[in-house]
Design a protein around this ligand. Structure first.
Ligand code: PEP
Ligand code: MG
Length: 566
C-alpha cells in the first residue's frame, strides 16, 4: 500500500485539567493581558496640576471602567452578569478610591498610587482566603483597565476574533470570559486556573470546551491551528486537519444526541444508577425537575443566605426550603438538604467567625453548631416544617464532619424530627472511619471538592494547584473507594455530590467502586447518564480498578477511557 508522507508537525500535545467537555479545532488567538509599556512610559507622572486634578483623572477612568463592566453585564446573563456587576462595584469602591487618594495627596504619581492602592486591597483579600482570594484576580484586572484608561491605551483583554478561534491566555478575568460568543470562541485554554476558577465557571455556563492549567499554552503559535479536547484535557497543535475536523463533527453529533437522552440511567446489564441534582434555591430546583433526575442530592442551604446580615426566622427558613422540596414532591423522589456550610469560601454574616487564621481549617460547616447549637436547632426546625408541609421525602446531612461523635450527635437531632440523617464525607478522617460513621447515620454523601482539598492539602481555589486539586488523584479515589466499600458492607447509601460526579468518565469508575448515587449540576446529568447507560457493571468495576491503580490523574483518565472504549 502506498501512503503519502506524514506532514511534519512542530509541537507536541500539551496537557492540562479538562473542565468543559467537547472538541474544537481552530486558529490560536493569544489574549493580550498587559497595557502597552510604551504608553505607560509616555504617560509618566501624568503631568497633573495638583492632587485634585489627578483624582479627577482617576474618577473619570474608574467611571469608564465600571461602565464597561456594567455594559458587559447587561449583555451577559446568569453567573457571568453577577461577576461583572461585582467587578463594576469593586471599581467604584470608596475604600479603593481612598487608598489611591491618600497616596496622591502625599505626592505620589497617580499610576504608582493606583498600583499601591490596588496592592493593599489584594493583600487584604488574599489574607481572607477562599472566594475572597479569588477576587484578587478581579482586582488586578481592574488595575490594568484603570491604567489603560489613564494612559489612553485600549483596555486589555479579549478582542473578539473575526473568525472562530481557540482563545489562549495565562488566566482569564471574568470581564474577559463573560459575554464571549460561542460562535466565535471555539475553545478556551489557560496556563493557570483550576476547575473552580472563573474561566471554568463561565466556560461551563457557555458550554465552550475548556482546558485549564495547561503548561506551555502561551508558547502556542498565534494563527496556527490547534485541536482542543475538553474531555481529555489536551491541546494538540499538530493534529491532522482532516482527521481533526472529522472528530469535531462526530463530537458535535454525539452531543446533539445527548440532548435527547431522557433517562433513567441503566447499565447495559440492567443495573439502575440513581442520578440527582445539586441546587441552591427554589428556582434551580424547579429547573432541575426538568432534567432526568430522581431527586436532589445536594441542596446547598448556605447559598440562600450569602447576602443576609441576620439569621432568618424559622418560618422564613421553612418557606425557602419548602420551595425546593415542593419541586420534588411525589412517589420515589427525595431531597437531601445540607445544613449550613458557613465559613471559609462561603462566609455567612450570621454564622461565620471573623478573624480566623486559616478559615478552610477553621470553624466551618457543622463546627459552627458546636459554638451555636441554637442556629442548627432552628435550621432543623425550618427543614422539618418544610418537609411536613410539602410531604416530600427529606434527608438531612451535615457538612465538614470529622468525628463519629459529631455524626452521632447530628443524627440524633435530625432523627428526633422524624427525618433521615446523614453526613458528608469531606474530611479524610470521615472516609477512613466510614464504617463507624455508618453505624450511627443512615447515609453518606462524598463531597469530592473538599475531600480533594483536604486529602491533597491544596486550596481548591488556588490557580497554581490544579494538578493537585483533581479528584482523579489516586489518593482521593482510594478514600472514595474505602467509603463506598463501607456503604456496601452496611447496606446503606453512599453518594457522591462533588464536581467529580459530573465527569462522565469518572462517574463510570465511581459506580464501579460501589457508589450508589451521583449528584451534579443539572446541565451535566444527560452526559453522565448516557455514558453510564453505554457500559456494563463489569466495565465500571474494571474502570474503578484502573483509576485506583493509575500513577496520576492523567494516566487515570487515559486508562479509564481505554477501558470504557473496550
Ligand atoms: C464538596 O465539597 O464536594 C461539596 C459538594 O460541597 P461544597 O462544594 O459546597 O463545599
Ligand atoms: Mg464541601
Amino acid at each position: 500500500m502506498v501512503t503519502s508522507p506524514a506532514p511534519v508537525h512542530p509541537a507536541a500535545t500539551l496537557r492540562g485539567t479538562p473542565v468543559v467537555p467537547g472538541l474544537a479545532h481552530g486558529p490560536v488567538v493569544l489574549v493580550a493581558q498587559e497595557v502597552s509599556a510604551d504608553a505607560v512610559e509616555a504617560y509618566g507622572d501624568g503631568g497633573h496640576a495638583d492632587a485634585e486634578a489627578a483624582l479627577a483623572a482617576y474618577d473619570a477612568a474608574a467611571g469608564a471602567v465600571a461602565d464597561g463592566f456594567a455594559a458587559k453585564a447587561a449583555r451577559a446573563g446568569g453567573a457571568a452578569a453577577e461577576v461583572l456587576t461585582a467587578s463594576a462595584g469593586l471599581t467604584r469602591d470608596k475604600g479603593l478610591r481612598q487608598a489611591v487618594a491618600s497616596r496622591v495627596e502625599g505626592g505620589m504619581p497617580l499610576l504608582d498610587a493606583v498600583h499601591e492602592g490596588v496592592a493593599q486591597f489584594v493583600d487584604v483579600f488574599t489574607a481572607m482566603g477562599g472566594l475572597m482570594a479569588e477576587r484578587a484576580t478581579d482586582l488586578l484586572d481592574i488595575e490594568r483597565r484603570l491604567v489603560a484608561r489613564l494612559v489612553g491605551a485600549p483596555e486589555p483583554g479579549v478582542e473578539l476574533p473575526d473568525v472562530a478561534s481557540v482563545l489562549v491566555a495565562s488566566d482569564l478575568a471574568p470581564a474577559d470570559t463573560a459575554g464571549l460568543d460561542p460562535a466565535l470562541v471555539l475553545a478556551l485554554v489557560t496556563e493557570k486556573g483550576g476547575a473552580t476558577s472563573h474561566t471554568a465557571i463561565i466556560a461551563r455556563q457557555l458550554g465552550i470546551p475548556c482546558v485549564v492549567g495547561v503548561a506551555g499554552a502561551l508558547m502556542l503559535e498565534p494563527g496556527a491551528m490547534a485541536l482542543v479536547d475538553g474531555t481529555a484535557g489536551t491541546v494538540d497543535p499538530s493534529a491532522d486537519p482532516a482527521e481533526a475536523q472529522a472528530r469535531v463533527e462526530a463530537d458535535r453529533a454525539a452531543r446533539a444526541a445527548l440532548e435527547a437522552w431522557t433517562g433513567p440511567a441503566v447499565t447495559t446489564d440492567g443495573v439502575r444508577v440513581k442520578l440527582l441534582a445539586n441546587v441552591a434555591d427554589g428556582e434551580s430546583a424547579r429547573h432541575a425537575a426538568e432534567a432526568p433526575v430522581e431527586g436532589i442530592g445536594l441542596f446547598r442551604t448556605e447559598l440562600c443566605f450569602l447576602d443576609r446580615r441576620d439569621e432568618p426566622s424559622v418560618e422564613e427558613q421553612a418557606k425557602i426550603y419548602g420551595e425546593v422540596l415542593e419541586a420534588f414532591r411525589g412517589e420515589g423522589r427525595y431531597v437531601v438538604v445540607r445544613t449550613l456550610d458557613a465559613g471559609s469560601d462561603k462566609p455567612i454574616a450570621f454564622a461565620t467567625l471573623d478573624d480566623e487564621e486559616n478559615p478552610a481549617l477553621g470553624v466551618r460547616g457543622l463546627r459552627v453548631a458546636a459554638l451555636h447549637p441554637e442556629l442548627l436547632e432552628r435550621q432543623l426546625d425550618g427543614i422539618a416544617e418544610a418537609a411536613r408541609s410539602t410531604g416530600t421525602q427529606t434527608w438531612v446531612m451535615a457538612p465538614m464532619v470529622a468525628t463519629v461523635d459529631e455524626a452521632r450527635d447530628f443524627a440524633a437531632r435530625v432523627r428526633g424530627r422524624g427525618l433521615k440523617a446523614g453526613v458528608m464525607v469531606e474530611v479524610p478522617s470521615a472516609a477512613l472511619l466510614a464504617d463507624r460513621m455508618l453505624e450511627v447515620v443512615d447515609f453518606l454523601s462524598i463531597g469530592t471538592n473538599d475531600l480533594t482539598q483536604y486529602a491533597m492539602a491544596a486550596d481548591r481555589l488556588a490557580a497554581d494547584l490544579a494538578h493537585l486539586t483533581d479528584p482523579w488523584q489516586p489518593a482521593v479515589l482510594q478514600l472514595i473507594a474505602t467509603t463506598a466499600a463501607a456503604g456496601r458492607a452496611a447496606g446503606k447509601s453512599v453518594g457522591v455530590c462533588g464536581e467529580a460526579a459530573a465527569d462522565p468518565l469518572l462517574a463510570v469508575a465511581l459506580i464501579g467502586m460501589g457508589i450508589t448515587s451521583l449528584s451534579m449540576a443539572s446541565a451535566a446529568v444527560r452526559a453522565v447518564g448516557a455514558q453510564l447507560s453505554a457500559v456494563s457493571m463489569d466495565t465500571c468495576q474494571k474502570a474503578a480498578e484502573a483509576a485506583l491503580a493509575a500513577a496520576d490523574p492523567m494516566a487515570g483518565r487515559d486508562t479509564v477511557r481505554a477501558v470504557v472504549a473496550g
